[in-house]
Design a protein around this ligand. Structure first.
Ligand code: GLU
Length: 272
């Protein structure tokens, strides 16, 4: 069983330092790992296992429960009513975790399923319970896989495909990096399919992004996040001291190896 990185090596200040991050939260959205993209689970797990193997604590925040559940409910497309979305999530969560564990088995890594709500993280008792459980899981070298608890909460179903939840989890575990994976390879000055869109390499802490035009949702239409919810999540994590990298799911291995890709968000300077 691989050990953990020494605690003093945790904090990082740039992409190149990612391989020595002590604790990493990786967030992946529905459209990247469901339907035609279900085969991306294998390469995603390869990259997570590499980071885990070099001693980083790794937490995966994965949506995709609804999208994975849809075919099992014999539906052709995403249901529009909340109750059926929740039913699809209940079915799909089970299948999704099975797929992750099946892939993690290749590395003898065990997953722990953690279902949370944003409200849990605001309630001091629930928050400290969640924190204790996460610390114990990570101490045992388990790979926690977090999703919204969709039968009791629907924030991420409606607004964010787990982008906000991921930044709250990064805050909860004091992550040294939040890696937000997307079907787009960076934040662009305007929706990347439109003329004149340019990738943004670096966002300084507190930088005004008012000039950036956000599109709506991911290309596959099975999730509910977009550039706007990603920037909101990145800003929230950065404000609590965690740097954020936004990159394409297909580039997860390069991102965790410290490649110069995606959009880097500087964290707030440490408080003295
Ligand atoms: N928790 C939901 C899921 O896993 C959120 C994603 C969505 O809105 O589709 O499916």
């Amino acid at each position: 069983m691989p050990g953990r990185l020494p605690l003093d090596s945790g904090r990082i200040a740039s992409r190149a330092e990612i391989p020595r991050a002590g604790r990493i939260v990786v967030k992946v959205g529905s459209s990247s790992i469901c339907g035609a993209n279900a085969s991306q689970i294998g390469p995603l797990v390869d990259a997570l296992a590499t980071a885990h193997g070099r001693g980083s604590d790794v937490v995966l925040v994965s949506s995709g429960a609804i999208a994975t559940g849809i075919p099992f409910l014999r539906l052709d497309s995403r249901p529009t009513d909340l109750a059926t979305q929740q039913a699809a999530a209940a079915v799909g969560q089970n299948v999704l975790i099975y797929r992750y564990q099946d892939s993690l088995d290749r590395y003898e890594i065990v997953a722990g399923q953690v279902l949370l709500t944003a409200g849990d993280l605001e309630n001091p008792v629930h928050r400290s319970n969640a924190q204790r459980a996460m610390e114990r899981l990570l101490g045992l070298r388990i790979l926690p896989i977090v999703n919204e608890n969709d039968t009791v909460a629907t924030h991420e179903i409606r607004f964010g495909d787990n982008d906000r939840l991921a930044s709250l989890v990064a805050q909860l575990v004091h992550a040294d990096l939040l890696l937000l994976l997307s079907d787009v390879d960076a934040l662009y000055t305007r929706p990347p399919s439109t003329a004149g869109a340019r990738p943004i390499h670096h966002v300084a802490f507190g930088e005004d992004l008012a000039g950036v035009e956000f599109g709506d949702i991911g290309s596959a239409g099975v999730g509910t996040g977009g550039a706007g919810t990603k920037v909101a999540a990145a800003t929230l994590a950065a404000a609590s001291g965690t740097p954020v990298l936004l990159a394409a799911t297909t580039q997860v291995a390069a991102a965790l190896d410290g490649a110069d890709i995606g959009t880097w968000f500087d964290p707030a300077p440490p408080r003295r």
